[in-house]
Design a protein around this ligand. Structure first.
Ligand SMILES: [Cu+2]
Length: 68
């Protein structure tokens, strides 16, 4: 199991955190997603077959790209 924390500057309200948690939660292998509005950080715990690349790709797709 791997836990990563990403900075997602596009988070601006509670809807953003809900969208991110819902969309990422649907990805196979994701164990938990915690998005925080104040810090704009998203903490994700995952297992195979999820990967950092897949998570970042999905976040870009839904217009919440991870800050490089
Ligand atoms: Cu929002």
């Amino acid at each position: 199991m791997t836990t990563v924390t990403y900075l997602v500057p596009a988070i601006s309200c509670g809807h953003c955190t809900r969208t991110i948690e819902t969309e990422l939660g649907d990805l196979q292998g994701i164990q938990s997603v915690k998005a925080d509005q104040a810090s704009k950080k998203v903490e994700i715990t995952f297992d195979m077959p999820a990967s950092e690349d897949a998570i970042k790709a999905l976040l870009s797709e839904i217009n919440y790209p991870v800050e490089a």
